[in-house]
Design a protein around this ligand. Structure first.
Ligand code: UD1
Ligand code: CA
Length: 485
């Protein structure tokens, strides 16, 4: 814990340029809201206090952050601007706090704790009253520019909207992240004015005030200019998401995960992967998903909040809140919904949908089926085209299928219904009554053929002609066959 460091996260703005119902800082990248990344990084620095300044849609922002021990929420009033936000945050600092204040922006999500720790260290080495995190960008449009004196020292920051053409030509920008001595903020923030293009109090104006008072301002360049990216619109949101994903993919590659096509593989920051996992192209691994060693996921697969066992193979499928056992196989083209668990060595095959169902070790649902609200024992085999009729328009009911059960193709299980261990069902059965262990359930009436129906009722059609031809051939052959017997 560093008693001499406080962190302030600015998250009160509306984010007009996003044109969104959702507050800007709640737009997600890598499975967390923008502000969640900033908080996550702030936590690592072990500051004495972390404050977050909120206003626009404040309840939603506070709720999205959730339980965050020690976080102080500061409500910004109707006075607009980053200067006002920092002012209220400074007012809310513990009495007598005399250390440094690290100001972070809720919309600058890619900075890592190392870079911030280096910024604080540079600030202290320079004995500055303020240190700006800077970056040099090819396209600095929209950012505040760092204006230096002839001798190269930082003089002030000018916002894009207030800048002259010459100032706009400057490519060194303010990343919206700074360290200030608390005393400097207390001294200068009350003197801010809103006489600027946006009619707001700018925290950036404190820089000029510190210089005018004859004190030191420093700027420290971000290790990689891309991490200074601020998200103001959806173009920048996608760019930040891509950079973050690149970073996450590389991290897992270095941990022993094979990622065949990093450009089309998307991994949330919240995912856990084991060594020797293979991710094939166009695969999205999201939320709290964890994947055990030797599993192969993809191509064209999305997993959300899933647990994947060792050596499982999941191909061209979509799964949410599901558990897949070791060596199980899924897909191609499976839709696995919440509450599905598949046992070790089990199979959810092609064009199978499942939901809220437990499929036991070694059990297989290989083809064209809907398994909902079902419990299937071990080593059962469910014939192609099985449907659990789990919904009677009012309630959902369960289908229970025992161990070693083999069901025929194209069965309906009208729940609630129970199939005992080792039982079998015939093809096309509509199972409405429980089947005792070891029984064979047949529900289909014997087949009845109405001979000559087509020739009689569909005379003149091509079907009738084909039938007539077949009858004549059969009669010719039948005659001789009958003689042979
Ligand atoms: C700000 C900086 C700019 C810098 C850029 C970096 C100012 C005046 N300008 O510009 O120099 O280059 O960030 O990304 O600070 N916020 C509040 N309260 C408010 C207004 C904003 O808390 O009243 C928060 C926003 O939620 C956001 C952050 O402050 O997280 C920055 O605000 P934004 O409006 O995005 O500032 P920029 O125009 O990007
Ligand atoms: Ca911004």
């Amino acid at each position: 814990m560093h008693d001499d460091l406080a962190i302030v996260i600015l998250a009160a703005g509306q984010g007009t340029r996003m044109k969104s119902k959702l507050p800007k800082v709640l737009h997600p990248i890598g499975g967390r809201p923008l502000v969640g990344h900033v908080l996550h990084t702030a936590d690592v620095l072990e500051a004495a206090v972390i404050e977050i300044v909120v206003r626009h849609d404040r309840d939603r922002v506070v709720e999205a952050i959730g339980d965050h021990p020690g976080l102080v929420v500061v409500d910004q009033d109707a006075v607009p601007g980053t200067g006002r936000a920092v002012q209220l945050a400074v007012d809310a600092l513990p009495d007598g706090f005399a250390g440094d204040v690290l100001v972070l922006s809720g919309d600058v999500p890619l900075l890592e704790a190392d870079a911030l720790a280096a910024l604080v260290a540079a600030h202290r080495d320079a004995e500055a009253e303020a240190t700006i995190l800077s970056a040099v960008l090819d396209d600095a449009t929209g950012y505040g520019r760092i204006i230096r004196d002839a001798d190269g020292t930082v003089h002030r920051i000018v916002e894009h909207k207030d800048a002259s053409d010459d100032e706009r030509a400057v490519s060194e920008i303010n990343a919206g992240v700074y360290v200030f001595r608390a005393a400097a903020l207390r001294e200068h923030l009350p003197n801010l004015s809103a006489e600027n293009a946006q009619g707001e109090l700018y925290v950036t104006d404190v820089i000029r005030m510190i210089r005018d008072a004859g004190r030191i301002v420093a700027a420290s360049a971000a290790p990689d200019a891309r991490v200074a990216l601020g998200v103001n619109d959806r173009v920048q949101l996608a760019e930040a998401g891509r950079i973050l994903n690149e970073r996450i993919v590389r991290r897992w590659q270095r941990e022993g995960v094979t990622v065949q096509d990093p450009a089309t593989t998307w991994i949330d920051d919240t995912v856990t992967l084991a060594p020797d996992v293979t991710l094939l192209p166009n695969t999205h691994i999201r939320g709290a998903t964890s994947v055990a060693e030797d599993a192969v996921i993809g191509p064209d697969t999305t997993l959300v909040d899933c647990e994947v066992g060792r050596g499982a193979v999941i191909k061209r499928s979509d799964a949410t809140l599901a558990d897949f056992g070791a060596e199980s196989t899924v897909g191609p083209f499976a839709y696995v919904r919440a509450g599905t668990t598949l046992g070790d060595g089990g199979k959810i095959g092609t064009f199978v949908e499942s939901k809220n169902s437990q499929i036991g070790d070694g059990s297989k649902v290989p083809h064209l089926s809907y398994i909902g609200d079902a419990t299937i024992g071990e080593r059962a085999n469910i014939g192609g085209g099985a449907i659990t009729a789990n919904y009677d328009d009012v309630n959902k009911h369960r289908t229970e299928i025992g161990d070693e059960v083999h069901t025929g193709t194209h069965n309906d299980f009208v729940a609630p219904v129970r199939i005992g261990d080792g039982a079998k069902t015939g093809a096309g059965a509509v199972v409405r009554k429980d089947v005792p262990p070891g029984a064979l359930a047949l529900t289909v009436a014997p087949q009845r053929n109405v001979e000559g129906w087509v020739e009689k009722n569909r005379a003149g059609t091509r079907a009738a002609e084909a039938a007539a031809r077949a009858r004549r051939t059969e009669e010719a052959a039948g005659g001789s066959e009958a003689e042979a017997h």
